[in-house]
Design a protein around this ligand. Structure first.
Ligand code: NAD
Length: 372
C-alpha cells in the first residue's frame, strides 16, 4: 500500500517511518527530491485519523516543498515530516528528542523546521539531538520568526503583479484588500501603508482589526466579504481555499496576490481566474520569503541578507508571468513549469559536475559547527 501511495503522490526519493514505543513517537519523514540541495521542510504534528492520511499528507507536503524551493531559486530540495498525535496533549520532551535522533540519522539529507502543531520550543528539543533544524531561536544562532520576511516577499510579489496587470511602477493609490491580520498580514499592511497603497483590512479577530485599522486609518471590510470587495488587488493572508466555486464569479479585483497557502480550492480555479482575466500570483512563489529566510540561516544568518533575498520574489514572479504569457497557460501551471525546469537544468548540471551533495556540504558543515 505504501509504495503505491508513494508512486501516486510524487515518486519520492525516500520515506522514513520513525517509531519509538517508549516515548509514543510515530512519525514519517518524506524526502521528495534532493536534486538542488538538502530536503528542507517543517514538522507538522496533527491528530491524523489514520496512518494512511498521515502518509498522504507528508507525501503531498514534501513534494510541494520541492516546487517551492526550486521556484524560489534556492539550493534546497523538498522534504517534510509529520508526527501523529494531538499537539495539545501528546507532546513531550522525549518525543521530540527521539524525533531529533531520526532527523540526525539522515546526516543532513533532511533539514526540519517548525510547522502547524509544532513550536520553537519543540524545535529546541530537536536541536539538542541534531544540528539539522532551522527556525530555532535567534539566541541559538537561528533566524527566529519568519513572518516579516514572508510579508516582505509578498510585498515584492504584489509589486510585480501591479506592474504586470496594472502597469503600475509603484503601489501608490493602488487599492489592496488584505484578508487576515496575523503574523504575515499585519507586517504586510505596514509595508503597503508605507508604499502609499490604499489598504482595506479584515479579520475574524475584531481586536486585531481595531488595532491595525485605527493605527493607520484604514477601511474595514467584513471578514469574508473582503474577498469580493471592490479593490485592485485581493491579498489573502488568512486561510486557504478562498478562491472557490462560491467566490470566483463575484471577484471584483484584477489581481489575487497574498501570503496564504493553497489559495485555490482546486487547480481548476487557476484556469478559471485566467478565463476571468484576473491575474493570480501563485501562492508558493509569492510566499517563499520565509523559506528564503531559513535558507540564509544555513549560510550563516544575517537579517539584511534575508530581506535582500526576499527581493528576489519580484523577479521570480515576473518569470512566472512571462512563461504564462508565452505558453498561454494559467500562472499556477507556469510556476510548476519554472520549478520543474530549474530542477532539470541546475539539478542535472550539479550531478554532471560534482555529484548531488557537493554544494550542500559546505552549508551543512556550518550547521554542524553551530554552538549548542
Ligand atoms: P496567523 O495565524 O498569524 O494569521 C492568520 C489570521 O487570519 C489570524 O489573525 C486569523 O484571525 C485570521 N483569519 C482566520 N480566518 C479568517 C477569515 N475567515 N477571515 C479573515 N481572517 C481570518 O497566520 P500567519 O502566520 O500570518 O499565516 C497566514 C497565512 O500565510 C497562512 O495561510 C499560512 O499558511 C501562510 N504562510 C505563512 C508564512 C509565515 O511565515 N508565517 C509563510 C508562508 C505561508
Amino acid at each position: 500500500m505504501s509504495f503505491e501511495l508513494i508512486e501516486k503522490h510524487g515518486e519520492h526519493e525516500q520515506v522514513i517511518f520513525c517509531h519509538n514505543k517508549e516515548v509514543g513517537l510515530k512519525a514519517i519523514i518524506a524526502i521528495h527530491n534532493t536534486s538542488l540541495g538538502p530536503a528542507l521542510g517543517g514538522t507538522r504534528m496533527w491528530n491524523y485519523a489514520s496512518e494512511e492520511e498521515a502518509l498522504i499528507d507528508v507525501l503531498r507536503l514534501s513534494k510541494g516543498m520541492t516546487y517551492k524551493a526550486s521556484a524560489a531559486g534556492l539550493n534546497l530540495g523538498g522534504g517534510k515530516a509529520v508526527i501523529i498525535g494531538d499537539p495539545k496533549k501528546d507532546k513531550t520532551e522525549a518525543m521530540f528528542r527521539a524525533f531529533g535522533t531520526y532527523v540526525n540519522s539522515l546526516r543532513g539529507r533532511y533539514i526540519t523546521a517548525e510547522d502547524v502543531g509544532t513550536t520553537v520550543t519543540d524545535m529546541e528539543y530537536v536541536f539538542m539531538e541534531t544540528p539539522f533544524v532551522t527556525g530555532i531561536p535567534e539566541a541559538l544562532g537561528g533566524s527566529g520568526d519568519p513572518s516579516p520576511y514572508t510579508a516582505h516577499g509578498v510585498l515584492m510579489g504584489i509589486k510585480a503583479s501591479a506592474k504586470e496587470k496594472l502597469g503600475a511602477d509603484t503601489l501608490k493609490g493602488v487599492r489592496v484588500a488584505v484578508q487576515g491580520l496575523g503574523n504575515v498580514g499585519s507586517h504586510l499592511v505596514n509595508y503597503l501603508v508605507s508604499e502609499e497603497a490604499i489598504v482595506s483590512v479584515a479579520d475574524i479577530d475584531q481586536e486585531k482589526v481595531k488595532l491595525i485599522s485605527e493605527k493607520h486609518g484604514l477601511k474595514v471590510e467584513d471578514a469574508n466579504g473582503i474577498i469580493t470587495s471592490d479593490c485592485d488587488i485581493y491579498a489573502p493572508c488568512a486561510l486557504g481555499a478562498t478562491i472557490n466555486d462560491e467566490t470566483i464569479d463575484k471577484l471584483q479585483c484584477k489581481v489575487v496576490a497574498g501570503g496564504a497557502n493553497n489559495q485555490l480550492a482546486e487547480a481548476r480555479h487557476g484556469a478559471a481566474l485566467k478565463e476571468l482575466d484576473i491575474l493570480y500570483a501563485p501562492d508558493f512563489v509569492i510566499n517563499a520569503g520565509g523559506l528564503m529566510n531559513v535558507f540564509v540561516e544555513l549560510e550563516g544568518y544575517s537579517a539584511d541578507r534575508a530581506i535582500d533575498k526576499t527581493n528576489q520574489v519580484y523577479d521570480n514572479m515576473m518569470e512566472v508571468f512571462k512563461i504564462a504569457k508565452d505558453e498561454n497557460i494559467p500562472t499556477e501551471l507556469a510556476a510548476n513549469a519554472l520549478a520543474e525546469r530549474r530542477i532539470q537544468l541546475i539539478g542535472g548540471l550539479r550531478q554532471q559536475h560534482h555529484g548531488r551533495t557537493a554544494r550542500p556540504f559546505s552549508t551543512l558543515r556550518e550547521m554542524t559547527n553551530r554552538q549548542k
